[in-house]
Every structure is written in C-alpha cells, then in structure tokens.
Design a protein around this ligand. Structure first.
Ligand code: NAP
Length: 257
C-alpha cells in the first residue's frame, strides 16, 4: 500500500489488515506509519515514490521478507494548486507528475516480478473522477490522472494471459488531507471544498478496495467510479447553504476531486 500514512491509503491498510492480509505500508511520514503498524500488524517501510532508489529499497525489503506481492495498491498521490494553465508553476506539475504518474509506473514495474510469483496477483490503481473529467485550474492533476487511466488500461492489455488482475478505482470528493495538501496547509480553503456537502470518507473508498481484492481470482473489476451523491461532476456540487433547514436553501458551486 503506497501512501498509507493518511487518508484512503491508511483506511485501506487498516481494512486489509483486518481482512487477514499482511500489509506493507509505505509513505514518507514514518511516525504515522509506525502508529499504523503498532495498531494493525502492518509492516511500516519508508517510501518516497518520487525517488527511484527509495522504491528499489522498499521493494527489495519486501522481497527479502516475503518473497512475493499478492496485491499492489498504487494509492500515493496528490494535487497541488488550482492555477489556470496560463499561470501554472512548473514545480506543481513536476511534483504531481512525479508522484501520480512516474511513481505509480516505477512502483508497478518494480513490483511486477514479485507479483508474478503470486498464484494470483492484483494491481489496484487509485485514479479519480479527474481520470476522465476536467475542471478549470485542474489541468496538472487531471492530466496526471488521465495518464493513470491510460497506464491502467495498457497494463490490462499487456498482462492479458497472466493471473494478474488490474483495477482502477476513481473516487470523487473524499474528505482526507487531500485539499489541505492541495492548498498547502490553508485550513479555511480546504474546509471550503467540503462546505454544505457530505463527502465520501476514506473508509468508503477502503471498503471498495477491500471488495475488489477479495473477489474470486477470475473476477477482474476493471473500474469503479464513486462519488458523493451531491457531486454530479467534479465542478458541479449541490451544497446546503449554512443555516438552511433540511430541504431549504441550496446552491451549486464548483468543487474538485
Ligand atoms: N480525496 C479525494 O477527494 C480524492 C479523490 C479522488 C482520488 N484521490 C486520490 O486518492 C489517493 C490518496 O489521496 P488521499 O485523498 O487519501 O490524500 P491524503 O490524505 O493527502 O493522503 C495521501 C497519501 O499519499 C502519500 N504520498 C504523497 N506523496 C508521496 C510520495 N512522494 N511518496 C510516498 N507517499 C506519498 C502521503 O504520505 P506521506 O506524505 O507521508 O508521504 C499520504 O499517505 C491519491 O492518489 C489521490 O489523488 C483522492
């Protein structure tokens, strides 16, 4: 599980550990991973998916301890900023692409020999509704998630004939640290994303991850698209206005996932 120190990855690590998987949890923040490990029996290993050497060390340690990988969940990812293309900063795009695209590619490539040793392997990529929708200011993130979708579909073609399932899960608005990261710690701006809406929770997505990986080995769930009911598109969210009674004043406004 990449990105297991927070949000969807942490919730999924907890669920899979409860379901009987030996979870290996990777992320940069070791203090959080150690807490997760103590509570669940997961193995916590340092991982920066932007760093090829870190990926190699992570996978080598898994090989040394376990010899194979049954399920790889490529979950680590982030959005940075919300700038129009005309004003966007190279650094934001580089960070998103190195994490969401190159990180996922390198993790997959490094794990594949170990996945091939499993009787039945599974690669689960966490995309987003941004894998197929676009919104103003979102190009760096949506383009990276479109790339995830393309990698997922190509993998399914290239691994055809092998006992390796390939799934993409595409969540809409999910309340995690995602918006806090996007807005570089600006709590008020992050809170605004979820104002007047009941978003998905990290555990809603973890539940789906657990479901797809526990089907029979012949059952490939290609993709799951899941959103809060209030979100018809990444940019169209129905919000309850503050102070309005149930069924009272509502409004639509932009949001993202
Ligand atoms: N929240 C949403 O609305 C939403 C919607 C659709 C898709 N998603 C996708 O869901 C995935 C998980 O996001 P989240 O919502 O759970 O966000 P989150 O709460 O911010 O968690 C992101 C996780 O990714 C890890 N990560 C980031 N950069 C990393 C790196 N270079 N190396 C290793 N780990 C890294 C973080 O760990 P460290 O910082 O400790 O390294 C953290 O554990 C992402 O791929 C995101 O794009 C989220």
């Amino acid at each position: 599980m990449t990105g297991a120190s927070a949000g969807i990855g942490e919730a999924a690590a907890r669920r899979l550990a409860r379901a009987g998987f030996q979870v290996v949890a990777g992320a940069r923040r070791q203090d959080r991973l150690q807490r997760l490990a103590a509570e669940t029996g997961a193995v916590a290993l340092q991982l920066d998916v932007r760093d090829g050497a870190s990926i190699e060390g992570f996978v080598a340690e898994i090989e040394r301890r376990f010899g194979q990988v049954d399920v790889l969940v490529n979950n680590a990812g982030l959005a940075l900023g919300l700038s129009p293309i005309a004003e966007t900063a190279d650094g934001d795009w580089i960070a998103m692409w190195e994490t969401n695209v190159l990180g996922l590619l390198r993790m997959t490539r490094a794990c594949l020999p170990l996945i091939r040793r499993a009787r039945s392997g599974h690669i689960v990529n966490i995309g987003s509704i941004a894998s197929f929708e676009n919104y103003v200011g979102g190009a760096g993130y949506t383009a990276s998630k479109h790339a995830v979708r393309s990698i997922t579909k190509t993998l399914r073609l290239e691994l055809n004939g092998e006992p390796i399932r390939v799934t993409e899960i595409d969540p809409g608005m999910t309340e995690t640290e995602f918006s806090l990261v996007r807005f570089r710690g600006d709590q008020a701006r992050a809170a605004e994303v979820y104002r007047g809406v009941e978003p998905l929770t990290a555990d809603d997505i973890a539940d789906i991850i657990e479901f797809v990986v526990t089907r029979g080995p012949h059952v490939n769930i290609d993709e799951v698209i899941v959103r809060p009911i209030a979100q018809a598109a990444s940019f169209m969210v129905h919000r309850r206005e503050a102070g309005a009674a149930e069924g009272g004043a509502t409004g639509r406004s932009g949001s993202r996932a």
